[in-house]
Design a protein around this ligand. Sequence first.
Ligand SMILES: Cc1cc2nc3c(=O)[nH]c(=O)nc-3n(C[C@H](O)[C@H](O)[C@H](O)COP(=O)(O)OP(=O)(O)OC[C@H]3O[C@@H](n4cnc5c(N)ncnc54)[C@H](O)[C@@H]3O)c2cc1C
Length: 468
Amino acid sequence: MPNLDNCQQNFTWHNWNGNLTATPSNYCKPTDANDLPKIVLAAKNAGKKVRVLGGGFSWTPVVPTNDYMIDMTNFNRIISVDMEKNLVTVEAGMMVGDLSVELSEKYKLSLETETVIPYVTVGGAVALGCHGTGYNQGTYSDLVVGMEVILADGTWRTFTVESDGEEMMNALRVSLGALGIIFSVTLQCVPLFNLQVVDGRADMVDTINNIQKLVTSHDYVEVFWFPFNKQCWIKTWDKTPKPATESEIKWGWDELKTYLEISTFGKFLMDRLQNTPSLTPLIMQFFSFLMPENKLADNVIAESSLVFHYQTSYLQVWDMSYCINIPNNDFTNVQKAWNQVVNRVNALKDQGLYPQNMVLHTRYIQNSSAYLSPTVGNDHTCCIEILTFNGDGRPTSQYEDYFKQIEQDWIALGGKPHWGKAIYSIDNLKSMYGANMAKFLQIRQSLDPNQVFMNDFLYQVFQMQPSK
Ligand SMILES: Cc1cc2nc3c(=O)[nH]c(=O)nc-3n(C[C@H](O)[C@H](O)[C@H](O)COP(=O)(O)OP(=O)(O)OC[C@H]3O[C@@H](n4cnc5c(N)ncnc54)[C@H](O)[C@@H]3O)c2cc1C
């Protein structure tokens, strides 16, 4: 029998956003890695499923199961660092933000890309192909050069590009937790670097009309638009050999969230967003006005890890993100995807509807060769997302139709969804991925023939029937 001392029965789990709940028969949070294969075998022998839990930050039901849920967050250490090759091997339950701080402080290393949110685990960021920004950067998963995995038969395997080839790694890099438990990953790092940061406002229409120039002339670019504003907010970061001017920076988002939750006026505004939606345009203008500017390029220089995780606290939002191809630096579809949102938001306002009361946001990255990466097969990719406040029980009926319409717009442009954010067209995913999903499923079948690492969502995504 495995040591199930660290497993609880009748545990109710819910994700960070609170839109998902599950009551796994065994919720296990082991401290001893040797228990992991034992738990998998116990589940397999009982004909039960296993789902792995990272930080629980995904909106989509990638984690829920009624069987065994394994929480990996006790496995949260750096295992080793190869200073010659700039490689770090890290336990999958470590938070990406903690990893970046330790890498920079102890080893003077950095990853070249990160998710903004620091609290997701390395395993969760890798399993869903998560990303930050950087036109010449891939996703977090693309940094993976090796991985230790506990497979469905309880064996512990180390996979590397050298020993297992690119095909296997392309399946493992974005696995949706459907191939096994990732115990550790080896990530390619680079020597620590500084970034020069400029936050500024610009005319929204001009910015989108000239988006190619903006994105291709900086190392990292993000563009935000609070609906109903003439201006958008732009972040650019460029690598610099100059020393850091800052060791702590106020970036705007954290201050906005604190303001909205703590100050009397902020609370009043959030209440109005829910209860007097016609004030949404005014409030959006106020939010946009609160965003900071620092237009002098030399003004703000900071270490990459600090810059990448520029937002550390989050309002409860509903979020949908699609990855749109940018073929040969042609941003036409990006412009269309952006303008579809602007046009729909304005048209709905004329009907007295305000389904989006938080930002439209774009980030720009490279392609990936991972079979299930939403950027697979692209040249470059624009990750475009819409966010709307859903806290305090705002009914989904107030924004879901709008999200579904935008999703159809973006699918028509060839977009693929972020696996962790809202997805409505689940039945289309298999055809969207075509041959890439077929290759992934072939490898999945060979590693997990008894369908141990599956749940209802994955059966729908893969259009598979549960085996008897
Ligand atoms: C406020 C907020 C901000 C966000 N910002 C970003 C962002 O900047 N960029 C971005 O791309 N995404 C972002 N996301 C989405 C988020 O990064 C993803 O949903 C991510 O996968 C969550 O990681 P997690 O550790 O919480 O994993 P979970 O949500 O717990 O799990 C996600 C998936 O990973 C699998 N998994 C986790 N650990 C393992 C493991 N050790 N072995 C095998 N499978 C595993 C799970 O089974 C599941 O399929 C954000 C989400 C929120 C709520």
